[in-house]
Unconditional design. Structure first.
Length: 84
């Protein structure tokens, strides 16, 4: 959208009224990170799957601010996840 059209404020307002909402920014997010990530426990070195924003907001609202700042491959990943 056009600059200075209150898009971020609209997202914040939507998050206040939604029963379940998770917020993230496109600038610091990847398509993989928004769905799930594999991490390693620093002490035991065991791998675990951690839910991303889209999983945490299942049946709720995911607000991705600055979506245009996200890489093209990451946007494709998110669109594929949204189709499921």
């Amino acid at each position: 959208g056009d600059p200075s059209t209150a898009k971020s404020q609209l997202l914040r307002s939507a998050m206040q009224i939604a029963p379940l909402a998770v917020s993230t920014t496109g600038k610091g997010s990847s398509g993989v990170g928004l769905t799930a990530a594999v991490t390693a426990d620093p002490e035991t070195k065991e791998r675990r799957l951690e839910a991303g924003a889209m999983v945490l907001a299942d049946r709720g609202l995911v607000c991705v601010d600055e979506f245009d700042k996200m890489g093209e491959n990451d946007r494709v990943s998110i669109h594929e996840a949204m189709e499921q």
